[in-house]
Design a protein around this ligand. Sequence first.
Ligand code: G3P
Length: 257
Amino acid sequence: ETGRRPLMAGNWKMNLNHLEAIALVQKLAFSLTEQQLNDVEVVVLPPFVDIRSVQTLVDGDKLLIGYGAQDLSPHPSGAYTGDISGGMLAKLGCQYVVVGHSERRQYHREDDALVNAKVKAALANGIAPILCVGEGLEVREAGEHVGYTLAQLDAGLEKVKTDEVEKIVIAYEPVWAIGTGKVATPQDAQEVIGAIRTRLAEKYTGGTADRIRILYGGSVKHDNVAAIIEQPDIDGALVGGASIDAEGFVRICRLGK
Ligand code: G3P
C-alpha cells in the first residue's frame, strides 16, 4: 500500500467539441459508481473551448470527476495572442494542466526552459501540473532512456521547492509508445518510473518522493492497464486515444475490470 490514490487522466488532445464533451462526461459519471470514483481519481483534460461546459456540468450535478487543461501560458496576462493563462484556468475550476507533452515539445518546439516556466505558472495559480517526460525511439534504442528522462525531469523541476513539488504529477510517456499501439512493457515503464522516484527522493526528501504520483502514458487500454498499475511505482495512467471512448475509458478507470 503506497498511500497514493491512483489517478486516471484522459488527455483528449484535439478531439471532441463542447457538446461531445458534455456527453462523454455524463457517460463517465453514469457508468462509474461512487465507490469507484473514490478509489480512483478520474480526470478529463478536454480542449480549452470545452472546459466551461465541463465545469457547468460537474458543478451542477456535483460529479466526482475532475478536469483540467492540456496547456497554459507561462505568462500571467498580456499581449500573447491565442494563449490561455493559468489564472483563466483556475477561474474555471481546473485542478490539473498538462505541461510539456511530447506533442507540444515536438510541434510547438517547447523546450525545457519553457516547460519549467509553465510548471511554475500552474503552481502559482494553484493548479497541479502534469509534467510529461519521456524519450524517443532513438534514445531508447541507444539505451539512454533513463538518463534522458531524468534530465528532462530535472529541467522541468528547476527551482521548484519541496513544499510545491508534492502537488505535481509526473507522467512518463515514452514517445515511441504514444498513439502507436506499442505499449511499453510494465517492467520497462517501472524501470524508468522507479528511477524518477529515486531522483525525486535525491532532489527533495524520501517522504516527498513517496507522496508524488507518477503516471505512465502511451497506448494504455482497458486490457493492459491492470498490469501497468500493478507496478510498485506506477500510480495511474495518462490516456490519450482510449480516453475519448466512454466505454473504454470507464474500463480503464475500473483498472481493466
Ligand atoms: O497524453 C497521453 C498520451 O500521449 C498517450 O496517448 O493515444 O497513446 O494513449 P495514447
